[in-house]
Structure formats: C-alpha cells, structure tokens
Design a protein. Sequence first.
Length: 359
Amino acid sequence: MPRAFLGDAIVALLMVGVVFFGSVGIATAQVSSNQAILQNFLKPGIVKIQAKFSISIRDGDNKEICDSEGTGFIVDRTHVVTATHVFDFNPACGQATIFAKSPYHENEWHLVAVDREEDVALLQTDPGVDLSKSTKMRIRPCAMSVSGDNVYDVVGQAIRYGIPAGLSSPTPVWGDIGSREGQFTPLVQITPTPINFGESGGPVVTGGLVVGIMRSRVVNTEMIGLMTPAVQVATLLTRNQVKFAAGAECSILQFIEGQSQQLPTGLGGVSGHAAFSKELLEGRPLSAEARDVVRDTIENVVSGVVGPGRVVFSDTEKGVNFQVNLPAAEQGAEVEGVINRDFSKKLESNFNKLWLPNP
C-alpha cells in the first residue's frame, strides 16, 4: 500500500487554518430506527482514551494543559487505534501513560503505543489482557473492521464516533464524506459534523467498515471536520501483523434476543421468537425494513430444509414470533438445529441491506 503523507503546503495550512478538536455543541440530531440499529451495534468497539503525563503544566487560569482525552477503536483482541496527537502533542509534558475505558467493560486498560503512521497510532494492551472479554457485562467490547481502501463521496451514509470530553459513551453522528480532490488533501472532509474536544481518534464508518479516523476541524467552521483516510490505518495494521480477530468482531447478534424450540409431539413444528434489544433501538419503534430482514432470514433458513411457505409470523413490539409448520413431526429436531446453526450468520449478512446505496 502507498504511504500517505502531508506535503509542506498542507502542513502550513494545518498550522494556520486547522485546529485539533475544540469544544462546541454536541450534535443531537434525530436518527431513524434503521440508523439507530446500524450505529449502536458498533458502539462496543469504541473506547475512551486518556493520557496522563509525567510533568504538570498549568495555564494562566491554573488549568492543567498536559492531561488529554481522545477516542479510540478496538481492532483486535489486544490492539486499539487512536490519533497520535491525543497523547503526543507537547514534549514539555514529558512521558505519557495511556489508558482506555469502555462502557461495556468493568475495567480500565493500560495501553502502550507500539507504532504510528502520521497522526494514526497503534496501541497495545498489557500481556494477557483480552479486550473482548467481559465478566460482568451482557454486551462485550468488540473489534471493528478496517477498510483496505480509501472511500470518498459518501452522502448521508457515514457515521463518525467520538466521546466528547467529560463523557464516557460514544456519540454517533451521521454525515457525508468528501471527494478525493478536496481542499485539504490528503485529509478528507466530512460534513456536517460539529466536533467536540475529546473526539480525536474516533472512527468514521460506512457500510460497516472503518474508512477514516477523526483528526481535526477547520477553524471558525464548526460544520467541517477532517479525517485521515483508511489506508493509513490499514498500513499500520499490516505492518504490525494485526489481523482481524474472529469471534471478537462487532456483531448485530449481541443485540438480538431469541430462541426456538420444538412444539410438543403431535403438533409437528417449531416455534420461536427474535427481538431487538432495548440498547439497540433506544426506545424507537422497530422499522418495517429491519423486521423484514429477520423474517426473510428465518424464511430462508427454514425453506432450505422443508421448502417455502412453512413459516407463519406474528409481529411483536421489537421483533417477530414465528411458527414452522412441518409435514412430518420428526423433522422438528432437524429444523430447530438448522435455525440455531444458520440463523446467526445469515442474519449478519442480511443486515447489510439496511445500509442504503450511496446516491
């Protein structure tokens, strides 16, 4: 992969016209039920980054200027990616000690910077620590997939995640990704995304993949942000042989509650239910599109065994109930086994339908 870099002209522009994330109002735009599903199932991949420094420096108002907050995202069981400037911005502050915290885990993690690519840094946990394991939380932290290609010209289908200063949970904001030949090349413009202090290093996602990392905002223009494109992140991961961790990936299945069971002997069927958790919908009504994804997945799995037209559905507030009517009672165990084995993986792939095609 080609290594991206900042030319002298761009560096000058960044120094006079761009600042790292400052404090502005937190975006509170309403999102649809489908957007809530797509943004919330990735939240467990986001972590809060805090850097504590060996030297204390205070400004004229007696405020500490060396302590720093940022956002990061998990890329496998032992690595986190963030922006380098979150912990490396002023040599006078001395040595940084880096910590990460997830609202989906009971412990704080100590991290060490192992490599960097421009303003993208790779952090590693202490030996023996698995970021995807949680002993107390029902929903666990998870790894996010990174695109191997840069992505441009996305309209309305990009999500940027950041954890503003003083907060502990990510704030997803939907927006656009600019063109390849933008004003701030090789950085990429993303709009409209008011940016807050503490959101540096957060991922920008579209189609379920990380396609960039939040870097800075344009001075006096709160509605324009800049991201480092995905190739720099992918280059860093490849160089350090960081591979996507099967079993630790962010999955919609963490937020699906369901089961199936055989009906009593003589009734010849299988019944069950599948529902979206409250953490995923956040009080929103379930959309027809999301409900159809679940229906289609169940129908597809069952029809592969006993043919089409065997499933009867009834809607619930957050999902569906279903009953499979079988021509022979002895097929109940087979159908139940297929549902339990295949429903999860097919549901995962079918949920890509909720990402609208980019105009």
